[in-house]
Design a protein around this ligand. Structure first.
Ligand SMILES: *[C@@H]1O[C@H](CO)[C@@H](O)[C@H](O)[C@H]1NC(C)=O
Ligand SMILES: *[C@@H]1O[C@H](CO)[C@@H](O)[C@H](O)[C@H]1NC(C)=O
Ligand SMILES: *[C@@H]1O[C@H](CO)[C@@H](O)[C@H](O)[C@H]1NC(C)=O
Ligand SMILES: *[C@@H]1O[C@H](CO)[C@@H](O)[C@H](O)[C@H]1NC(C)=O
Ligand SMILES: *[C@@H]1O[C@H](CO)[C@@H](O)[C@H](O)[C@H]1NC(C)=O
Ligand SMILES: *[C@@H]1O[C@H](CO)[C@@H](O)[C@H](O)[C@H]1NC(C)=O
Ligand SMILES: *[C@@H]1O[C@H](CO)[C@@H](O)[C@H](O)[C@H]1NC(C)=O
Length: 654
């Protein structure tokens, strides 16, 4: 009797589980479609789950006409759809009428369940060029409507064995409404391909649906980030009609390129949405920045939550100054730079006389040169670093004077002389961190940094980033964190330097309009979403910070040659078999046995999270600090001798 009851309960429980799963909506691919060989991403990349009420249904896709596929017939051929229906839905005069390039066209397709797992619409494609790959077919030819993972799953050929004229199955992503969506009156799901400048709100507007229903349909939250060339499901109550971008009421902001905030410009609404797309190019950049700064400004004054800050265009920098790049989220109110700026700056900084600088640096002699155009100076016995910069850098000075944190190199004053600006900084006795970790010079390597020093350095850097991201106004993204920009003082406490100085006024005047897709940064430290989409958020610094931790742990360089990235190596170390051996190998040999293995393991895991590709899975700096403070206190409590006596065990580290 009781057995029966148990069985019944189990059944009910299972039914409930299955039922709740059935109701669940689809998961957004979140740029995982770029990672063709990562099988952990099966669940999201291979297709939308068969979780709807029907196992097949009418659905819709969007496709942009391009020079090859520019008539209803050509597009219908590519996508295995009906040319007549494409023409009628999109109000195109005939099946063979040409469609202007880059027009978004709605494609009606039949969507059905494939082997009870994924919803899809089958297309077939014959390879035309030897250079084509699953990725290029899915992303470029089919514009992201399929994924390399789904194609590899459903085609028998290996990625390297593709030949011209081979016929490939192309499973296009589509889905049928779930019971919840049906209950809300939705009849169709349209697979919309995100493009530059889109946001959830602009997409919702395009189809006149509620923004929340679009978020729900893709299991997105208001703080998620969406990427170009990824599909977003839009639930529709009736058949869509021709997409007409011109008819869409423009967002409150002045340019149609700016709907980065799904909330449009209505920042009075309390549930402002923060889903946005990396903007890769465009003249609207300045406006975007201004809107950003404005919204952020507003937000800042209302709340102190740490949230994603900014998407903006990477600036092209002069190579010489590239080391010193940090892009402040722009302060819209200090648009024009002037002598006024300088005057404010003078109030808090020392204005040096050129003669004093000459005296302090021995007339800028070779002996006092630290590196490049940076000199060591001695002012009444106090050491300082003096950096020479061309042109007027009043804006940077003005920003830097607002920054005041123990772990950030302080600007103490400056001097203007014959068109050059001389910036005088706090001096860090022990130089750059990279020299302690990577220098071949044994003078530097011995003594090496101790475990405690390394953890303290990591903590100091995180602390500085937290300050920049969350406590300055406007907030900063350092954008070029690396071990050569981290300096050590006499007590081996870390200070971040080299930011805010890269952009001279000249650069500024040509207007952020020399903004291109030119991505600047240092090999090995650049986050994938920045390299691939030009997306700039504070998570960029988190990624670089993860790489810095890995350098502290391993003593290895961030990038060895073009291919070997330290950030890529850590998951190989921490996954699979023989983790312990691989990990012991990974650790900097110059530490010897002088470190707590379990704590080191935790630190490595933290670093691994920081360098994860998935920007939404990557922790924010406040989250990093929480973990790091535990690691720091364990490290400070740890005694080298104790560790050596006790047999080492990894188990406690997990
Ligand atoms: C579906 O609707 C039910 C009842 O309204 C709700 O509890 C559940 O969270 C919904 N599921 C999703 C995925 O929205
Ligand atoms: C993903 O799919 C591949 C091939 O279909 C399979 O070998 C792999 O085990 C799957 N990975 C996971 C985590 O399910
Ligand atoms: C889609 O399904 C409908 C009804 O099952 C059918 O009439 C139509 O021909 C199908 N369309 C395509 C393009 O296969
Ligand atoms: C369809 O196109 C014709 C001309 O090509 C135009 O007159 C008509 O207004 C269009 N209809 C819609 C709904 O856009
Ligand atoms: C789509 O392709 C898969 C695998 O090639 C096949 O099993 C399935 O039946 C096809 N679906 C339709 C509706 O033709
Ligand atoms: C994906 O395709 C788009 C065009 O559809 C292209 O602009 C983009 O560069 C492609 N992405 C990659 C990573 O190749
Ligand atoms: C591909 O097929 C076309 C037409 O059938 C043929 O002309 C061409 O030579 C084939 N190319 C290759 C590389 O087999």
């Amino acid at each position: 009797m009781s057995k029966k009851l148990d069985g019944l309960l189990l059944l009910v429980a299972m039914d409930w589980l299955i039922h709740s799963q059935v109701q669940a909506q689809q998961t957004y691919v979140n740029n995982k479609q770029l990672d063709c060989y990562n099988t952990n991403f099966n669940y999201t990349t291979k297709g939308y789950e068969c979780n709807g009420l029907q196992s097949s249904c009418q659905s819709f896709l969007t496709f942009r006409s391009d020079p090859t596929y520019n008539t209803p017939v050509a597009i219908a051929y590519l996508l295995t759809a009906s040319a007549t229906r494409i023409a009628s839905i999109n109000n195109i005069s005939s099946d063979v009428a040409s469609i202007p390039t880059d027009t978004q066209v709605i494609i009606p397709v039949n969507c059905s369940c494939f082997s009870r797992q994924y919803y899809q619409h089958n297309a077939t494609y014959n390879l035309k060029l030897p250079s084509e790959t699953y990725f290029s077919v899915a992303n470029n030819t089919y514009q992201g409507l399929s994924t390399c993972q789904a194609m590899m799953d459903q085609n028998p050929y290996g990625d390297r064995n593709l030949l011209v004229n081979m016929s490939l199955e192309v499973p296009l992503r589509c889905a049928c409404p779930t019971s919840n969506q049906t209950a809300l009156g939705f009849k169709y799901l349209l697979t919309y391909m995100v493009t530059w400048g889109d946001s959830i709100s602009s997409i919702a507007q395009l189809f006149s649906v509620d923004q929340q229903s679009v978020l729900d349909a893709n299991k997105l939250t208001s703080s998620s980030i969406i990427f170009p060339f990824t599909p977003i499901l839009v639930p529709l109550t009736r058949e869509p009609t021709k997409i007409n971008r011109a008819v869409v009421p423009p967002p409150a902001s002045p340019s149609p390129q700016t709907p980065i905030f799904p909330g449009g410009g209505s920042n009075s609404s309390s549930n402002r949405k923060w889903v946005y797309v990396g903007v890769g190019s465009g003249v609207a950049m300045l406006i975007v920045l201004a809107v950003f700064a404005f919204l952020f400004w507003n937000r800042k004054s209302k709340s102190h939550e740490a949230k994603p800050v900014s998407t903006s265009e990477p600036k092209a920098l002069q190579s010489e100054s590239a080391d010193y790049s940090a892009v402040p989220v722009q302060d819209s109110q200090s648009g024009s730079l002037s002598s006024l700026g300088i005057r404010y700056a003078i109030e808090s900084l020392t204005l040096y006389k050129f003669e004093d600088l000459e005296m302090a640096t021995g007339y800028f002699g070779e002996n006092s040169r630290i590196k490049g155009l940076v000199y060591k100076g001695s002012f009444k016995g106090d050491a300082a670093a003096v950096k020479v910069m061309k042109g007027d850098v009043s804006r940077e000075i003005n920003i830097l004077k607002k920054i005041n944190h123990f772990n950030i190199i302080r600007l103490s004053g400056f001097c203007l002389h014959e068109g050059n600006t001389f910036l005088v900084y706090e001096f860090a006795e022990n130089g750059a961190l990279c020299d302690w970790l990577h220098s071949d010079d044994s003078l530097y390597r011995i003594p090496t940094l101790t475990w405690k020093q390394r953890v303290q350095i990591a903590y100091d850097v995180a602390d500085a980033l937290n300050y920049l991201h969350n406590y300055t106004n406007p907030p900063f993204i350092h954008k070029n964190l690396k071990t050569s920009n981290i300096f050590l003082d006499a007590g081996f406490r870390a200070k971040i330097g080299n930011f805010g100085l890269a952009r001279t006024l000249e650069n500024e005047d040509e207007g952020g309009l020399q903004l291109t897709r030119h991505v600047v940064g240092t090999q090995g430290y650049m986050a994938p979403e920045y390299v691939e989409n030009g997306l700039i958020t504070p998570k960029l610094d988190v990624f670089a910070f993860g790489v810095v931790i890995l350098e502290l742990l391993s003593g290895k360089e961030a990038a060895a040659g073009d291919k070997e990235m330290l950030s890529a190596s850590i998951s190989l170390v921490l996954e699979g078999d023989n983790v312990r051996e691989k990990f012991l190998d990974f650790i900097d040999p110059s530490l010897g046995n002088e470190y707590p293995l379990d704590v080191a393991f935790s630190l490595a895991n933290l670093a691994k999270n920081c360098v994860t590709r998935d920007i939404n899975a990557r922790p924010s700096i406040p989250q990093v600090i929480m973990t790091l403070s535990k690691i720091l206190s364990s490290s400070l409590d740890w005694e080298p001798s104790l560790e050596l006596q006790s047999s080492r065990s990894m188990s406690s580290g997990r």
